[in-house]
Design a binder for this molecule. Structure first.
Ligand code: NDP
Length: 246
């Protein structure tokens, strides 16, 4: 199998970390972005110790200049961009009456604007190469919502819509740029740490403790999409714990 240059945002924990390690173990070249340098450095060391290739650059996906620097770093280090995984995200859920506008804005900036920044930074290179793949992380919360989940769901539904339009545009352009959107259910990561409302956090953690599955399950799914023949695009996955109802 040919090595791919794979960029992952939000690679310092959870789904991003598990996917980076999985794809590096298959011989790909990984470029990791997130804000916590020490975490990224430790993950790169783990990958290298296991015989893999990886590099990182501190990246805030809400800042286009950072995201462009991440793309530039990948191209400078490894010469091309084969896969761009828009994964960075946070989920500070709460009810609207609480008026947590800072949380709402952070979700829009990271979960939505971060994805657009990734597309802006990576798509021109993929078009020029006439090959590439976006892996955009949505959520089951992008397909349905509930009390307290309005803004998070709006950002994740936005990721679904952005992904579908990007898919259609690239298919029409015959650019060989594939788009895969992944909608996970409850996955055991640091995501619940981002919840600022104490009652919502306690309730969500209780649910996650009972139901959540390992992020490696999502990594397996992503590896399956990445490893398809170039003429085949898997456009969407929904992956939940077997016993998760909603
Ligand atoms: P984690 O909290 O473990 O990981 C989130 C990652 O995003 C971290 O690496 C964090 O790194 C990074 N991140 C947060 N803000 C920024 C930013 N401004 N710039 C760059 N990186 C940032 O949670 P998950 O692994 O669960 O989350 C990954 C994705 O999966 C998210 O989009 C989430 O919404 C989605 N998802 C998760 C589900 C779950 O149940 N866990 C279910 C459905 C979807 P750092 O703090 O170092 O910047």
């Amino acid at each position: 199998m040919t090595k791919k240059v794979i960029v992952i945002t939000g690679a310092s924990s959870g789904i991003g970390e598990a996917t980076a390690k999985r794809l590096a173990s298959e011989g790909n070249q990984l470029v990791l972005g997130a804000r916590r340098a020490e975490k990224l450095q430790a993950i790169v060391q783990d990958i290298q110790a296991a015989g893999g290739e990886a590099t990182y650059i501190v990246t805030d996906v809400a800042k286009l200049a950072d995201v462009q620097a991440l793309a530039d770093h990948a191209i400078k280090t490894y010469g091309r961009l084969d896969v761009w995984m828009n994964n960075a995200g946070l989920m500070p859920q709460s009810q609207f009456i609480q008026g947590k506008i800072d949380d709402w804005n952070r979700m829009i900036d990271v979960n939505l604007r971060g994805v657009l920044n990734g597309i802006k930074a990576a798509l021109p290179t993929m078009r020029a190469q006439k090959s590439g793949q976006f892996i955009n992380i949505s959520s089951v919360a992008g397909h349905a919502t509930h009390s307290g989940g309005g803004v998070y769901s709006a950002t994740k539904a936005g990721v679904l819509m952005i992904s579908e339009a990007l898919r259609a545009e690239e298919a029409a352009a015959e650019s060989n740029v594939r788009v895969t959107v992944v909608s996970p259910g409850a996955i055991a990561t640091e995501l619940t740490d981002s919840i600022t409302d104490a009652a919502t956090k306690a309730g969500t953690e209780k649910f996650y403790n009972a139901f959540a599955i390992a992020p490696e399950r999502v990594a397996d799914t992503i590896a399956f999409a990445v490893n398809q023949a170039p003429d085949t695009a898997i456009n969407e996955f929904v992956i939940r714990p077997s016993k998760q109802v909603m």
